[in-house]
Design a protein around this ligand. Sequence first.
Ligand code: FES
Ligand SMILES: [Fe+2]
Length: 432
Amino acid sequence: MNCPLSDTVPPTSPASPVSGPLPVAARRWPAEGFRRAPYWVYSDSDIYAREQAAIFRGASWHYLGLEVEVPEVGSFKSTYIGELPVIMTRADDGAVHAMLNRCAHRGNLVCREAFGRADKLNCVYHAWNYNLKGDLTFAAFRHGLRGEGGLPKDFQYAEHGLRKLRVATICGLVFATFDDQMPALEDWLGEVGDGIRRVCRGPLKVLGYDTQRIHANWKAYHENPRDSYHANILHTFYGTFGLSRQSQESGMVLDRSGRHVYFYTKANTDRDSADYQATASALRSHNDALTLEDPSILTWRDEFGDGISVQILTTYPSFVLHQIANSLATRQLLPKGPGQCDLVWTYFGFADDDEETTRMRLVQANLAGSAGMVSVEDAAVCEMIRRAVGDGATGESFIEMGGRDLDGGGNTKLSERAIRNFWHAYRQDMGL
Ligand code: FES
Ligand SMILES: [Fe+2]
């Protein structure tokens, strides 16, 4: 595999955790394998550095944004893959391109704005200019001045462009990778691509953004939307107001590699059963006495015509696409050190939405947005886990809901199968 940026993988054994050295024995993965996650994996700074090389600069496709965010030739957007800054552009060939946002001269940040339009990318430090594909087109004082200075005579622009990434799109979503040997994006997504095709059914329109700083390791958040089993327990709003309950028709789909997953629920399909009743009485959400003064937030339209009220889709290692009622959003997970991460939310609708539909999507951001009635609890849980785990020197999680295997157990949402598959893939990539 061609990983030109992955040559900085630190050794696995030396420990330099957040607070004092861990005993080497504590760095050993539990014998139960993917059915356990040792808590040092969430806090260890050596592990974090290794993830940057093996996962974020390694063999994965990473979400960058929506094609519509770079709508015309000259449009650009700045973003990240892992810790590395990346520029996404629309070049004069009409295609979306991506490159490392790091000048090929002395490493300065070339693009400093979040979004914009430009006919070239200009590094302010010494005025090296690049076109929108990342090729170097100009270097100030290349030939020196009055016979002095200048770059060597054999200096070639073609050898000093920005580091280009491979780019692929699916239904208006843009992904990129540092790995030139990656399989095609749609092959990599496998069956989970169906969940993207279902939601992103036409030209998209951005409705807004927010970025949420979560004081927890990025993997704690990544586990959360793979965890179909918490949704109807933690999120009392779902159950209380019927948007998603375990008693409703639901399912979970993983791709063959187990790296990607989506799960769904169909509102108004409740089928009662004795075991559901036995559990429901213990759920915080089982409270029929609660009502809303203004129930408009619950009004939703079955716009895809299949009755699915909630679909949460996650691709390894850092992307989420949600449909919660008519709220649609992408969530891009950006690690910011072992103990915190940013979650960048992009709320969207379709270019042909009427005003009322747009308004409905925006109202539902109060339910499904980063600070919404439902989603606010996910970050809160990640941060509570961080407090409970501390420096990670002891302990491990238990991940056996729905079985002890990577597959099997049907497609029930009452399963941690997608989390077991995450840890399986993670350990493969990390050599742990
Ligand atoms: S660092 Fe960019 S031109 Fe020198
Ligand atoms: Fe959740």
